[in-house]
Design a protein around this ligand. Structure first.
Ligand SMILES: *Cc1c(COP(=O)(O)O)cnc(C)c1O
Length: 361
């Protein structure tokens, strides 16, 4: 098979050395004589994997022991309702910053439990920017403040986060977790699905600060209670075993590369190569005008018309660049270049972009 560069937005590319390691030991894990896929989640082997994974994840995030790491099921979409279910009551307000489809979905779920309020939005420009000076619209006494760190669909990201000293920030980091250094000190909850930057689909990470955990509603169905899940170290029931097992190796891979600081440098370089190409082009336009707001994970761009877009996607696919079609709400194209997406793939794609431009000007 010739090499295909997979620009899928999620689930997405995984580091090749990790896939090879998984393949190598898939039939016989650690000399057990059976696969990790067949092991009990209460076996010592898996108990060690999940414990290691929690420790490594915290280390990469740069957070202290005042945070608890949970690996749950249900995806980020479950956290959308689970967070207000745990934290918000009818007479309380939670501030939501609406920067795209995912934060808007989370906002709608919160309305079931309390007073969810959109304090800033970029909806009127089809979410092509990140609102500024949002602090001045914050509700005094809000229970928490919610944002989505990287807007997978619209190709924007928070370059620097708003300050919220009086109420915990809650961040959906599904599509840029461990892609860049973040000061998490204002964040009470960091969560996301693992299937973009960490592992195959299955697990949802919920990293929750002790003071926020202690405010969680304890009187909830067991599977919905963050307190109960934390008391049971994510092992109240069967956790998403395979996803956690692979994530543990992805974290090793990241460590070997030099950690978040090193991958951030590479990610910035990869993104810059694409944005530079688009900014200097007569046929490609980035959909996000302000450079500071541009995602370094999901690079969205358009061509002048539908026919040329179709031709572009077809020829790109044939040249080994797959899954470049943009989300239907933006149209055009999207190159998702997560941590595991190789630099060499971006370089070759830039060559392709230039060749295509010359032939189609
Ligand atoms: C993909 C994505 C989601 C949805 O995740 P699921 O695990 O499928 O529920 C939520 N938020 C963001 C930012 C995403 O990129």
């Amino acid at each position: 098979m010739s090499k295909v560069y997979n620009f899928s937005a999620g689930p997405s590319v995984l580091p090749l050395p990790v896939l090879e390691r998984v393949q190598k030991e898939l039939l016989n894990y650690n000399g057990s004589g059976f696969s990790i896929l067949e092991a009990s989640h209460r076996d010592d082997d898996f108990m060690k994997i999940i414990a290691d994974c929690q420790v490594k994840f915290k280390k990469h995030l740069g957070i202290g022991d005042n945070y608890k790491v949970l690996f749950l099921g249900g995806g980020a979409s479950t956290a959308f309702f689970q967070i207000p279910m745990n934290l918000l009551s009818k007479d309380e307000t939670a501030d939501y910053i609406d920067t795209g489809m995912w934060s808007n979905k989370a906002y709608k779920e919160a309305g079931r439990y309390g007073n969810a309020k959109i304090v800033a939005s970029s909806k009127e420009k089809n979410y092509n920017y990140i609102p500024q000076d949002v602090e001045k619209s914050f509700t005094p006494g809000a229970k928490y403040r919610y944002l989505c760190s990287n807007n997978t669909i619209f190709g924007t990201r928070w370059n620097s986060f708003p300050k919220s000293p009086d109420a915990p920030l809650i961040g959906d980091f599904s599509s840029d977790i461990l892609s860049r250094k973040v000061d998490f000190s204002d964040f009470g909850i960091i969560f996301g699905g693992v299937q973009k930057n960490l592992a195959p689909a299955g697990a949802t990470f919920v990293v929750i600060r002790e003071d926020v955990l202690s405010q969680c509603n304890a009187d909830l169905p067991s599977m919905c209670s963050y307190k109960l899940q934390a008391d049971n170290d994510s092992m109240f029931n069967t956790p998403p075993v395979f996803s956690i097992y692979v994530m543990n190796y992805v974290l090793d891979w990241l460590e070997e590369l030099g950690g978040v600081a090193a991958i951030e440098k590479t990610n910035l370089q990869k993104a810059k190569m694409l944005y530079d190409t688009f900014d200097g082009s007569s046929i490609y336009s980035p959909t996000v005008p302000n450079a500071a707001d541009r995602s370094i994970m999901n690079v969205t761009f358009v061509l002048p018309n539908e026919d040329l877009t179709k031709k572009f996607l077809k020829e790109a696919g044939a040249a080994g660049f797959s899954n470049l079609k943009g989300h239907r709400s933006v149209g055009g194209c999207r190159a998702s270049i997560y941590n595991a997406f190789p630099m060499e793939g971006v370089e070759k794609f830039v060559d392709f972009l230039k060749t295509f431009e010359k032939a189609n000007k």
